[in-house]
Design a protein. Structure first.
Ligand SMILES: [Zn+2]
Length: 222
């Protein structure tokens, strides 16, 4: 099974030597992102073998938001909560509600982490400190996906939110970070900065947009 790691440096830039940002300021500070290994193989045709017959999925081209080139077998996706942190639980629950409201995808909560396709968890994501004195970036979220390289079908996605970093942000902001990570978990890649999308890593100032919905709908059209 191949791993596609989407390390999503949704980061807060703080000026270390200056006054530390207060909790209220954090959601409005500029964000930086450097995305790691992502493959974008839009335009592929691939097949997925099921028990009886083969389904051919066409990864659509020219979606408003770029795609990773992989998808789940259906738009019904199971998800399991694997964190006790109330803020992070709330963020993932809010994000699932938002995505389900679009009807482009349907997350269903289940209890068994071994049977779930998506894991929602808390983690301590590495912070990176720039060589430039005084700048520290904090990673807020990451999503790691596994897929079958023969069929380009997702087999597992793990979305992680860093509770220590997100504790200082608002409920709305945490929900948007979770919406972004679950976007990766269903096959969305990062959107360019000029797009109107929750998948813009540098500047999460919006939740799920029409562009995001249209892209997921195109990906799971069958
Ligand atoms: Zn991201």
């Amino acid at each position: 099974m191949r791993r596609l790691v989407l390390i999503c440096f949704i980061t807060i830039w703080g000026f270390f030597l200056a006054l530390p940002a207060s909790a209220d300021q954090l959601p409005t500070t500029p964000f930086s992102d450097s995305s790691a290994t992502t493959t974008n193989q839009s335009g592929l045709t691939f097949s997925s073998s099921t028990t009886q017959k083969r389904h051919h999925y066409v990864i659509p081209q020219n979606t408003p938001v770029p795609l990773e080139g992989v998808r789940w077998p259906s738009k019904q996706v199971t998800i399991c909560m694997q964190t006790d942190d109330p803020h992070i639980q709330q963020a993932f629950r809010d994000a699932v509600k938002r995505w389900n409201r679009t009807k482009a995808i349907r997350f269903r909560w289940i209890k068994n982490p071994n049977k779930a396709e998506v894991i929602a968890q808390t983690g301590d994501l590495d912070d990176s400190q720039s060589a430039t004195v005084g700048i520290v970036t904090s990673q807020l979220g990451a999503t790691e996906t596994e897929f079958n390289p023969d069929t380009h079908t997702l087999t597992r996605a793990t979305s992680t939110l860093d509770s220590a970093e997100l504790d200082y942000t608002s409920r709305q902001f945490r929900s948007r970070v979770a919406q972004h990570e679950l976007g990766h978990a269903i096959g969305l890649a990062h959107a360019p900065s000029y797009a109107h999308s929750v998948m813009i890593p540098r500047n999460i100032q919006t939740g799920i947009t029409k562009n995001d919905i249209k892209s997921v709908r195109m990906l799971y059209h069958d």
